[in-house]
Design a protein around this ligand. Structure first.
Ligand SMILES: Nc1ncnc2c1ncn2[C@@H]1O[C@H](COP(=O)(O)OP(=O)(O)O)[C@@H](O)[C@H]1O
Ligand SMILES: [Mg+2]
Length: 292
């Protein structure tokens, strides 16, 4: 299907030792070093007509599911155009393997950023605003992200947050029924309780955003790393973390209220939409835009 959309002819070549996957040669593109990798894909620094871009390829020997996932990611990303979301520039397929070309983000993942330093409170709130903006836009285009986590957000050198990796995204109207053992797609440590029960709603992205904001404000994940899967699932389903305000009493009450509402266990107890959460936050924007 993708092939018919794309006339580009592609060649494989063995080059480089950073991954076991042969690098793809795409006419017009030059592949350079690896920028990062996630559970399913490797992303390379690349160039096209002298301009930088990033090319996402499936890891070696992708199964039909992985290729279908990238096909879906391309389809959904084509609907999105927002400064807070990494833009899709091109895509294609070779020997049954799909690739996509994106804008290259000049910066680091929020995960690396959180590992290297503690964010200031105004920084954390500004990133929260940018995340909710991107989310609100995606939802307005009927796209739920479904895998929000610090690895799927990048902090640009200019301080802007960019959302990426729509590999597990879905249209809000798409009725996906999933089983716990094989295909609850996403990352349990950042997954809303209802997603673990196979219920799909855009409000799940609010919950994941709440966990990210919690981590940005407190420096600690609400669901500690290293827990086994059943402990993670128990935490998401049953345990509410101590509110950021109890860990830091100097935190204004409205910040605590925002985070804990995003983290409500029942989707109906969260904000009515990501936009409503954004409106709430913006009601206090003088608090965090005036501070360094
Ligand atoms: N457009 C981009 N610019 C720069 N780095 C990127 C870009 N897209 C992804 N990356 C890096 O590659 C990693 C993996 O990409 P991602 O799309 O999340 O793959 P996966 O679907 O396997 O999780 C990201 O965590 C990030 O470090
Ligand atoms: Mg990812």
């Amino acid at each position: 299907m993708l092939k018919s959309l794309l006339p580009m002819s592609l060649l494989w070549a063995r080059r480089g030792r950073r991954t076991s996957q042969p690098e793809m040669r795409i006419p017009g593109y030059t592949l350079h070093e690896e920028l990062g990798r996630g559970g399913t894909a490797v992303v390379y620094n690349a160039s096209h007509k002298g301009k930088a871009c990033a090319i996402k390829l499936m890891k070696a020997n992708p199964d039909a599911d992985a290729s279908a996932r990238m096909g879906r990611e391309i389809k959904l990303m084509r609907q999105l155009s927002h400064s807070g979301i990494v833009g899709l520039k091109d895509w294609g397929e070779v020997q049954g393997q799909v690739y996509m070309v994106m804008e290259k983000v000049d910066g680091e993942t929020l995960r690396n950023c959180l590992m290297s330093r503690r964010l200031t409170r105004p920084e954390a709130l500004r990133y929260c605003e940018q995340l909710l903006e991107a989310l609100s836009y995606a939802h307005s285009q009927e796209v739920m992200h479904r895998d929000l986590k610090p690895e799927n957000l990048m902090v640009q050198r200019d301080g802007r947050l960019r959302l990426l990796d729509f590999g597990f995204s879905r249209n809000v109207h798409q009725n996906t029924f999933q089983t716990l053992d094989s295909s609850v797609a996403g990352t349990p440590a950042y997954m809303a309780p209802e997603r673990l029960m196979c219920i799909n709603t855009p409000a799940s992205d609010q919950y994941s955003a709440g966990l990210i904001v919690y981590e940005m404000l407190t420096g600690e994940p609400a669901v500690p790393a290293g827990l086994d899967m059943s402990a993670v699932i128990t935490k998401q389903l049953q345990e509410t973390p101590p509110s950021p305000g109890t860990l830091d009493p100097s935190l204004p009450g409205w910040v605590d209220a925002l985070v804990m509402k995003l983290l409500a266990k029942r989707p109906e107890d969260r904000f009515s939409s990501a936009q409503a959460a954004l409106d709430f936050l913006r009601g206090y924007s003088e608090y965090f835009t005036l501070q360094p």
